[in-house]
Design a protein around this ligand. Sequence first.
Ligand SMILES: Cc1cc2nc3c(=O)[nH]c(=O)nc-3n(C[C@H](O)[C@H](O)[C@H](O)COP(=O)(O)OP(=O)(O)OC[C@H]3O[C@@H](n4cnc5c(N)ncnc54)[C@H](O)[C@@H]3O)c2cc1C
Length: 322
Amino acid sequence: MARNILVVGELVEGALSPTTAELLGQSTRLVDGGSVAVALLGSGASGAASAAFEAGADKAFTNDDAGYDQYNSDQWVNAVEAALDGVDAVLVAQSSVGRDMAPRLAARQNTAAAMDCINVTDDGGTLKVTRPAYGGNALAEYSFAASPAVATVRAKAFEAIEARGGASGETVELPAAGESRTTIQGRELAEATGLSITEAPVVVSGGRGLGSEEGFQQLEALATAFGTSRAAVGASRAACDLGWYPVSQQVGLTGKVVTPDLYVAVAISGASQHMAGCSGAKMIIAINKDPDANIFQNSKYGIVGDYKAVLPALIEAVKAAS
Ligand SMILES: Cc1cc2nc3c(=O)[nH]c(=O)nc-3n(C[C@H](O)[C@H](O)[C@H](O)COP(=O)(O)OP(=O)(O)OC[C@H]3O[C@@H](n4cnc5c(N)ncnc54)[C@H](O)[C@@H]3O)c2cc1C
């Protein structure tokens, strides 16, 4: 059944975010003769429309007003509502923007939002979403009884399509940001360097078993061996609570959800709250000195041993293979 999908895009320094391209890619697989639109807001929005067309959009709703640069619920929801005519489904990244905006948009539209989805499929003409439940120990499937369906989707849940070089589409200007009932007093950037753990194809994470802050230096060496453009370092909540690594790098229920191709869990026990943040990884490799550690239940490969002995050899092996 033909359906029209609107992707609420996000810009990173004026360029289309990778997750926006992934959502556009999946939308092209779901429209079945309908259309794919994208909403882009803030500085660089109209310039990024061409990348959105190459990534699968037929139509771009844009406004370059710098008033949109910092996400503000009122302004963004108003803008997206202006792009909803004839839209059957709205897809947003499971980002800080999506987490805030999707429920507000759904409430305004008297419809429903499915949060933190890992899949959006066509089930015989009905849109179906899959999302983790019970801290990632089960998967729940939902369909929508109201329209437009609103869903937030994890990064890397889908593949972007191969860029349609030179593709073009219709551009429609959205209203400027306008007044808001919310005033943003300031913005504090989370302490983080290099690749984001939500975008990195390889995430190397450490836990309390590292024993100290210094243990993370070895994890950083492993990430560097994989390549700084491919790997990022994460941490369990226990390690972050101890102040060994920045909270911005925490993986889990109350941290970030990561879906890398490879997740290396070092000295992490594998508590359900941690697994909620990494169970979507395509492959998990665990290093733990306890052969009964829960993390091994969730790992494709496990190395039983002291990380201090295992990591130097692993770093050399990765360097040799890179
Ligand atoms: C509401 C709630 C939300 C939570 N949210 C999160 C979250 O977002 N993220 C999160 O991570 N946790 C979260 N937690 C905490 C979670 O329950 C666990 O307490 C936490 O994940 C444990 O962290 P850990 O695995 O690093 O530490 P531990 O459970 O202490 O495990 C350390 C592991 O290291 C191994 N080890 C020790 N020494 C070595 C060595 N030398 N070499 C190799 N292995 C070694 C041990 O065998 C052990 O398995 C949450 C808890 C609650 C209640």
